[in-house]
Design a protein around this ligand. Structure first.
Ligand SMILES: *[C@@H]1O[C@H](CO)[C@@H](O)[C@H](O)[C@H]1NC(C)=O
Ligand SMILES: *[C@@H]1O[C@H](CO)[C@@H](O)[C@H](O)[C@H]1NC(C)=O
Ligand SMILES: *[C@@H]1O[C@H](CO)[C@@H](O)[C@H](O)[C@H]1NC(C)=O
Ligand SMILES: *[C@@H]1O[C@H](CO)[C@@H](O)[C@H](O)[C@H]1NC(C)=O
Length: 356
């Protein structure tokens, strides 16, 4: 067993302390606003009672009508992140109350990149939906499309096209540190400009996944005339899109580190549609409280799968336990004249596997 000198032990407590203080440190960053997902928002509970940074508080006071959308956006993003990563070793878990992310917010990994992108996208999505529903006078449907179309092809713009510009503007204001445009950064990023780049990828994802929907008019559904509108994809489509970006993200150099290699200096700027990260991710296998890694012990795995949820991959080769779970269902239901349904109770025993 490892022996530790008192000095080393002291360092350990210090870093553990940092972890528990970390949420406080995050409080001063703009991430405290994740706490809005659990806050009950009512008229009485104004901006001042919410976990916002000074800049966000200022925005909130100027636009209190967007409060429900900020809350919706954060919820949308967290639940989509958890759904996209439910079969992965890192499952996008947050601490419970308030639901904040831990180390992965500042680790500069692919996971940091995904979180920023999905949060920025969630905010655009929620604010835009509120605009389209006519909930505020500051934004509405996309007026540029109204009245246009093609008479020859028998369609015109109509209905309410989602106007994402306002939501995109708001998402930038709310999340970005008002840094200069970073899309042409050469010779490395800072954590701030990396986050801002990735948030922008998230906002662009809303635009990239928009589609056109049409409705037919004409005698008995002849579709002689069509009314069309542009609409945002459901947020789970945005989640799939961003998960793909995550899997194809690119490593860039961290300018705040002294040793920037020459090679990096000459590297062309990264495509605006790609997520970027500095650091390789930990393998997320074992619990590491200092880094906020939960580990995969106790996670449910799939013995027959070959994907990331397979027992082999998810449990990192440590093996798994098998439990038998009793499942009770209604079955063999029959319609009985007249008028009810009679079912039997069926029991089945299923194997459930969890990582050691
Ligand atoms: C718009 O306002 C209505 C009524 O206040 C509310 O029920 C609805 O959830 C709001 N929609 C959005 C997207 O905020
Ligand atoms: C950043 O600058 C580039 C070129 O200078 C421009 O095309 C792009 O629209 C700008 N992006 C933002 C978010 O302002
Ligand atoms: C993620 O995994 C941990 C165990 O590693 C588990 O406690 C937690 O409930 C999971 N979170 C989600 C959102 O599935
Ligand atoms: C396990 O994986 C297989 C193959 O991917 C799939 O068909 C099955 O539904 C999964 N089982 C569970 C319990 O998720």
């Amino acid at each position: 067993m490892e022996t530790r000198s008192p000095g080393v032990r002291h360092m350990c407590t210090l870093s553990l302390l940092l972890v528990s203080v970390c949420p406080l440190r995050l409080c001063s960053s703009s991430w405290m606003w994740l706490g809005v997902t659990s806050a009950g928002i009512s008229e009485k509970l104004g901006c001042a009672n919410l976990p916002l940074s000074p800049r966000q508080l200022f925005l909130c006071r100027r636009k209190p009508f967007l409060l429900p959308s900020i809350q919706d956006g954060a919820r949308l993003a967290v639940s989509e992140c958890q759904s996209q990563f439910r079969h992965e070793r890192w499952n996008c878990s947050t601490s419970q109350q308030p639901p904040v992310f831990g180390h992965e917010l500042t680790s500069g990994t692919k996971e940091t990149a995904f979180i920023y992108a999905v949060m920025a996208a969630g905010l655009v999505h929620a604010v835009t939906r509120s605009c389209s529903q006519g909930n505020t006078t500051e934004c509405g449907c996309d007026a540029r499309l109204q009245g246009g179309g093609s008479a020859v092809d028998g369609w015109h713009w109509g209905g309410c096209s989602d106007h994402i510009q306002y939501g995109t503007w708001f998402s930038r204001k709310f999340m970005d540190n008002n840094m200069k445009n970073t899309s042409t950064t050469r010779g490395g990023y800072t954590l701030n400009s990396m986050n801002q780049h990735n948030s922008e990828v998230g906002r662009q994802a809303i635009e990239q996944t928009m589609s056109t929907d049409c409705r037919c008019h004409g005698v008995s559904g002849s579709c002689a005339v069509k009314t069309c509108w542009r609409m945002m994809a459901p947020f789970d489509r945005v989640g799939v899109y961003l998960k793909d970006r995550y899997e194809n993200s690119v490593q860039v150099s961290d300018r705040s580190r002294r040793k920037t290699r020459r090679k990096d200096q000459r590297r062309p700027p990264v495509d605006k549609q790609r997520l970027i990260f500095f650091n390789k991710s930990p393998n997320y296998c074992l619990e590491d409280r200092r880094r906020g890694v939960a580990g995969t012990r106790g996670r449910r795995c799939n013995r027959t799968s070959t994907g990331s949820d397979s027992c082999n991959l998810l449990c990192c080769g440590r093996g798994y336990n098998t439990h038998v779970v009793r499942h009770v269902q209604r079955c063999e239901c029959k319609f009985v004249w007249c008028c009810y349904v009679r079912c039997r109770r069926c029991e089945s025993m299923n194997d459930m596997h969890t990582c050691k």
